[in-house]
Design a protein. Structure first.
Length: 308
């Protein structure tokens, strides 16, 4: 069965490229792939880029780039998209060159988010080296990381048909928790490789397209020193150190210059045997910690006020 194999890259629009560079490179040890007056790309491994930023007023996600194995699989997914009523347009050579891929097809999910299906994401000309994160980031077969995509009142059947039925994501588990009086977080977690989930999908009253993106480091000490640097530099946290019950990630959440969250993690669960994996529903988002800080507390209080 043709399916996506990883989250290859993400694209964001931002008003403040310098602030993103300060966070991603200065505090988290990512490496600049390319840099212009109106754009910035970041590396977390041997690939040419994993994060792409375009200067603009949106301060939100522009696109998610999902890789497939080859042209045959890409054509099969495009056929399924079109058969289900979704548009899928072959990208031109200029777009493919800007994304540094061999081939690209542009489509949209049921929430209206731009999805780019690609083959052949290029390697960089130089090795990835980070003095701040010498152990590197967990990527490779696991892709760039994971993201929590907000479903914007779209029916679960519709977005699950797209991501599970057409793109071929497998279901990991589900979390249902009342996070404020009258406000229930109900999220589905899906994977396309050994990473516990590449995408989580759920409804939260948030004005961005995503709640957060997660990057995972390989070494526990690199995780600890990243926490120390953010703390010492006064970078605002959204949530403190904590752990999730489903992917067992040890992580913290940072406020980003674009208003969504960035989760920095270590030690997340992998799904090594698809045949023995068992779906579970959890009743809490956190198994411990992840205490909300000022901005997150204000958001929860506003959610409570709106629900009342």
């Amino acid at each position: 069965m043709a399916r996506v194999k990883e989250l290859a890259y993400v694209v964001y629009e931002t008003r403040d490229l310098a602030a993103w560079e300060g966070l991603a490179v200065g505090l988290l040890g990512m490496q600049i792939g390319s840099k212009t007056a109106d754009g910035l790309s970041l590396r977390t491994d041997e690939k040419a880029h994993r994060w792409l930023f375009e200067r603009g007023s949106g301060d939100d996600q522009v696109a998610s780039g999902y890789a497939v194995d080859d042209d045959q699989d890409l054509d099969a997914i495009v056929a399924k998209l079109k058969a289900s009523g979704f548009e899928a347009t072959e990208g031109d050579s200029a777009l493919a060159a800007s994304r540094k891929v061999d081939r690209i097809v542009v489509t949209s999910d049921p929430m209206g988010n731009r999805v780019e299906l690609v083959t052949g994401l290029a390697d960089a000309a130089t090795p990835f080296r980070s003095e701040l994160v010498p152990g590197g980031y967990l990527t490779g077969a696991c892709g760039a990381g994971h993201q929590f995509v907000l479903t914007k009142k779209i029916e679960r059947e519709d977005y699950m048909n797209y991501y599970h039925g057409i793109l071929g994501f497998r279901i990991s588990d589900r979390i249902v928790q009342e996070i404020a009086p009258g406000l229930v977080a109900d999220a589905m977690f899906l994977h396309c490789n050994p990473r516990h989930h590449t995408i989580a999908l759920g409804e939260l009253p948030h004005d961005k397209k995503i709640h957060h993106f997660m990057v995972q480091v390989n070494d526990r000490t690199d995780f600890g020193t990243a926490w120390d640097r953010c703390l010492s530099n006064g970078h605002p946290f959204l949530m403190t150190l904590g752990g999730h019950p489903n992917d067992q990630m040890f992580s913290f959440y940072l406020e980003t210059p674009s208003g969504f969250a960035l989760e920095v993690g270590w030690g997340g669960l992998t799904i090594d045997d698809e045949a023995t994996w068992q779906f579970q529903t959890y009743d809490r988002l956190e198994s411990w910690g992840h205490h909300p800080q000022d901005r997150e507390l204000a958001w929860l209080q506003e959610c409570t006020r709106v629900q009342a």
